[in-house]
Design a binder for this molecule. Structure first.
Ligand code: MBD
Ligand code: FE
Length: 283
């Protein structure tokens, strides 16, 4: 990464993520937010803020620094990044208390609707010289009774070998490493792609500044994102990780689960292959 056009900025990624969020219609967003809930939840949230200020004797310089930083979060478009890294995992766990079937995880800020549709045995769109270790993800989509789900869709997206997502880094072509894979008549799929790299929160934006000033680390372990869906079933939004990978035990977004770790095996052809089956519950 030496030229400016190859160095995506936090502000570019933030603006794209904010635009993507505003225009997205995601299954987890169905349902209304009542005035009673606004009052209950926001009152509790403010109570927590007030208690923190008293407990830690927060000063005016600290309050002003926080205010300046929050303004910066908005202006740089980093609300999706900040919230999905530090808050979404808790909402996901509450939601998962009432869910059967495969484990879910957070959506994160980098899903884009309308990826190219691909057959059950496919290779994700990639550059001719796409760097990275070839990876195959194969498996079956079933329901909670064990019945195969023909034609189930696997909406898959992931970072490249340098940790960048298409649509959020200008040097990566649109649609790179994104696809909606349609499972075969037996619910099976076999997706060829490359192994993603761990993801680093951009260091030149307010989320990165917070992490640096607090002395934390800015890394997520390497992961694949998936939304698996079939008509009449509750879709699963999840992520898959890689055994032995860096940051697996200290994800900045706290979105790993032991059930979501792949163990890809080297194949004679040099690719690495992982098997993973998905189980959906009736809607
Ligand atoms: C990511 O790639 C991601 O998956 C999440 C949850 C947050 C920031 C970047
Ligand atoms: Fe991600």
């Amino acid at each position: 990464m030496s030229t400016t056009e190859e160095s995506p900025t936090a502000a570019q990624a933030g603006a794209s993520a904010t635009r993507a969020f505003r225009t997205s219609r995601q299954h987890r967003t169905a349902g209304e937010v009542t005035p009673e809930r606004v009052s209950t939840v926001v009152t509790a949230l403010l109570d927590g803020v007030h208690r923190t200020i008293r407990t830690h004797q927060v000063t005016y310089p600290e309050y002003v620094a926080a205010k300046r930083w929050l303004i910066e979060v908005g202006e740089s478009g980093e609300w999706p990044l900040l919230l999905d890294v530090f808050v979404e995992h808790e909402v996901e766990e509450v939601s998962a208390q009432h869910q059967q079937g495969s484990k879910g995880s957070i959506l994160g800020p980098y899903h884009l609707p309308g990826a190219v549709r691909l057959p059950s045995v496919c290779t994700l769109p990639m550059r001719a010289d796409e760097p990275g270790t070839p990876l195959v993800l194969a498996g079956q989509v079933r329901d909670t009774t064990g019945k195969a789900l023909p034609g189930a869709e696997l909406d898959i997206w992931h970072a490249d070998d340098a940790g960048y997502y298409s649509g959020f880094a200008p040097h990566v072509p649109d649609g790179n490493l994104r696809g909606v894979v349609v499972a075969d008549d037996d619910g099976r799929f076999e997706i060829s792609t490359i192994q993603p790299a761990p993801y680093q929160i951009p260091t030149d934006g307010p989320t990165g500044t917070l992490i640096e000033r607090a002395g934390w680390h800015p890394w997520r372990p390497a992961h694949l994102h998936l939304i698996v869906r079939s008509p009449g079933y509750r879709p699963i939004t999840t992520q898959l990780y890689f055994t032995g990978g860096d940051w697996l035990d200290s994800d900045v977004a706290k979105a790993t689960k032991p059930e979501l770790v792949l163990d890809p095996r080297p194949q004679p052809d040099g690719r690495r292959r992982a098997e993973y089956d998905f189980v959906l519950e009736p809607a």
